[in-house]
Design a protein around this ligand. Structure first.
Ligand code: SF4
Ligand code: MG
Length: 324
């Protein structure tokens, strides 16, 4: 199917400044040379521990963080070359859903006003049409017109996330970047919101990037999953392949923590040593070598490149490199 989004060698570095003259002493390489494609209608899960750059990747795609380098092509348009007015128009087509809907919803505005705002910003419809659409979308996300005059604090966490989702959908976007949309919710509510998102995807032909910090959450919703570690994509594969035959030692370790109901795929526990290193001073070579049980000398020197090792399954690890 069609490629909706293509990310090439995307980098987002945040400068580290020091001393009274704010001297530039280095960079936090929050996103360091990431490339992937996103197909229309699919869900790509992006998973990694906090600080791995997954949220920054989402924001850099939308240019909420200006990329340091690389290209982002959305629906054939190179986003990094657009001026702010052109970019504003594209944002109608790419919307975000955030982890904490409460923080992203204006507490002094009614739900009706919150949902109408993106329509006003993008000049969509007259007052009557906007109101009709607000009520329609409240119902689409499982709320009702009856909630329109209420304020965010009058809703539960799950309902607030439904409002956050409705707001993202108001402009009829093609792509939704959901940044840990269920992480703050109770497990029972998580399933409801995930089901809603899946239903909306089918009904409205949406494409999703679904960011999460563990592989369990994205398992059922994702067609493909990418795993990030210290700003890099270390593995990307179709879900079936990733969950049943994880290749990267880091993915294997993350999966050890996720219970798998299918006994056919019983795995040995792989435990990681140490903590995640500081992204301001990452290890040389493979940045995972300080925690990897399989690290070799080469791993300390050479950065492994993401390479396809079987159809639809790529990994960045020296263990899988074919001899030249
Ligand atoms: Fe481990 Fe080396 Fe592979 Fe990195 S490249 S994951 S250190 S084996
Ligand atoms: Mg985050």
């Amino acid at each position: 199917s069609k490629v909706l989004l293509k990310v090439d060698n995307l980098k987002k570095y945040f400068p580290i400044r020091h001393g009274m003259f704010a001297r530039h002493v280095g960079d936090v390489k929050a996103v360091d040379d990431i490339s992937f494609e996103l197909y229309e209608g699919e869900t790509l899960g992006i998973v990694g521990e906090s600080g791995c750059g997954k949220s920054t990747t989402g924001r850099a795609i939308m240019r909420l963080h200006e990329p340091t380098d690389g290209q982002v092509t959305f629906d054939g348009i190179e986003l990094t070359e657009l001026n702010s007015e052109q970019m504003r128009k594209v944002r109608r087509e790419i919307q975000m859903v955030f982890q904490d809907p409460y923080a992203s919803l204006n507490p002094r505005h009614t739900v009706e006003k919150i949902l109408e705002e993106p329509l006003i910003v993008h000049g969509i419809g007259n007052a009557k049409e906007r109101k009709k659409k607000v009520h329609e979308y409240l119902e689409i996300v499982g709320l009702s017109s009856y909630h329109a005059k209420r304020y965010p604090h009058q809703f539960s966490g799950g309902q607030r996330q439904r409002i956050g989702i409705a707001r993202a959908l108001m402009t009829n976007p093609k792509l939704i970047i959901a940044d840990e949309p269920v992480s703050a919710l109770d497990v029972s509510i998580q399933a409801q919101v995930l089901n809603l998102m899946q239903r909306l995807q089918e009904d409205l032909k949406l494409t999703y990037i679904f960011i999460a910090h563990d592989l369990g959450v994205v398992r059922h919703i994702s067609d493909r999953v990418g795993v990030m570690y210290l700003g890099r994509l270390v593995e990307i594969a179709e879900s079936e392949s990733l969950y049943h035959e994880p290749l990267h030692p880091y993915t294997q370790a993350l999966l050890s923590a996720v219970p798998i109901p299918d006994p056919q795929f019983e795995r040995e526990q792989l435990l990681l040593k140490g903590d995640i290193p500081s992204p301001s001073n990452p290890p040389t070579g493979c940045t995972f070598h300080t925690r990897c049980p399989f690290a070799m000398d080469k791993c300390k020197q050479e950065i492994p490149m993401l390479q396809q090792v079987k159809p639809g399954h790529s990994v960045a690890c020296h263990l899988y490199e074919t001899p030249q």
